[in-house]
Design a protein around this ligand. Structure first.
Ligand code: SF4
Length: 344
């Protein structure tokens, strides 16, 4: 999932915008109530003969349709009530400003079922790598930096790899975070299944950074090795639970940047009822040395980072489609953290 986000330009807007989406549970609940009130009318409308669908409307943050009901989070429950779970962790960072609201403690979990041709961290692919770590031990580490996480209204972000593939461990970490009064963000590509993975983690998830690799099913499989259906189903699950999310999209010249690619993505994004915004990530090959270290050929050798003017063109196109877009179109720069950012 991992890509450096180029430049700090992105950091503050993303933190503020995701905070607005995540840290407004009252607004979400009001929207949920509106959804419940509207449900009978919607059902009646659905029973009518099919009429021509209305034209798609821009889906800016203030224009989102009502959100569905969402399970209550266990925020404030004592940590002693949270089960201790062992998990496999690639690494942690105690100060991230681009992976959710406020300052985040980041945990990068091992294990990923995708094989993205542009992956920056193939060393996270193996699930059982290294020694298992206790969720309670990690919670202790988070508590050491609790003051600055709390004063920034930040929290814990679980990334990877794919954090959904260690569902009990991720859920335990999120519950520990809630017990500390922190927000929880899941950085994911939506792997796994509803019953084994999503139902375990999502009840403890405040917000999601969801990287949708491509809206073209053939390209999706070519880029990731998996079928696209699971990711689309995961997005439906976010909608059903009323969980706000940012859609991350990696702009890869020759792979995800055609007019058709962008149109497909924009159409999909506009249809997501809990979408908070879009984060456009220009492709880079920062992880290439890791492929070499693992003895793997880098599949996208020769593919350049999109030039800033091309990135800006795509941003403008998405904004013209009514989407809120965050992006550092300047390219280059780069954050110091090796794991900051999305699945790429
Ligand atoms: S970029 Fe793809 S392969 Fe790499 S960790 Fe993310 S989802 Fe897995």
């Amino acid at each position: 999932m991992i890509q450096q986000l180029a430049g700090g330009v992105l950091a503050r807007p993303l933190a503020a915008a995701l905070a607005a989406a995540i840290a407004a549970p009252g607004a979400l609940r009001r929207a949920s109530a509106a959804a419940a009130a509207a449900a009978p009318a919607a059902a009646a409308a659905a029973a009518q003969p099919a009429a021509a669908p209305p034209p798609p409307q821009p889906a800016g943050p203030q224009q989102q349709p009502a959100l569905a009901a969402r399970p209550l989070l266990r925020r404030g429950d004592p940590s002693a009530d949270v089960p201790e779970v062992q998990g496999y962790v690639h690494s942690t960072e105690s100060f991230s400003t681009v992976d959710g609201p406020g300052v985040r403690f980041l945990v990068f979990l091992q294990g990923c079922g995708m094989r993205c041709s542009f992956c920056s961290n193939p060393d996270t692919w193996s699930l059982h790598s290294g020694e298992p770590v206790s969720s309670k031990e990690l919670a202790k580490q988070i508590r050491r930096v609790l003051p600055y996480l709390k004063c920034s209204h930040g929290g814990l972000t679980c990334s990877g790899g794919e954090p959904l593939l260690q569902p009990e461990f991720t859920a335990a970490l999120f519950q520990e975070a809630h017990a500390m009064g922190l927000t929880t963000t899941l950085d994911t590509t939506g792997q796994g299944t509803k019953h084994k993975h999503w139902d375990v983690v999502l009840p403890h998830t405040d917000g999601v950074l969801f990287c949708i690799k491509s809206l073209d099913p053939t390209k999706y499989t070519a880029l990731t090795g998996l079928k696209q259906g699971g990711a689309l189903h995961f997005a439906s699950e976010l909608a059903a639970r009323g969980i706000p999310f940012w859609a991350r999209y990696v702009l890869i010249p020759g792979h995800t940047d055609s007019d058709t690619d962008i149109a497909l993505f924009a159409d999909w994004a506009r249809a997501q009822p809990t979408l908070a915004g879009v984060e456009l990530l220009p492709y880079h090959e920062y992880g290439r040395n890791k492929w070499a270290a693992l003895g793997l050929a880098y599949p996208l050798a020769g593919v350049p980072t999109p030039p800033p003017e091309e990135t800006r063109r795509v941003v403008a196109r998405l904004e013209a489609a009514g989407l809120k877009v965050l992006c550092d179109a300047g390219g280059g720069g780069g954050l110091s953290a090796a794991h900051t950012g999305a699945h790429s």
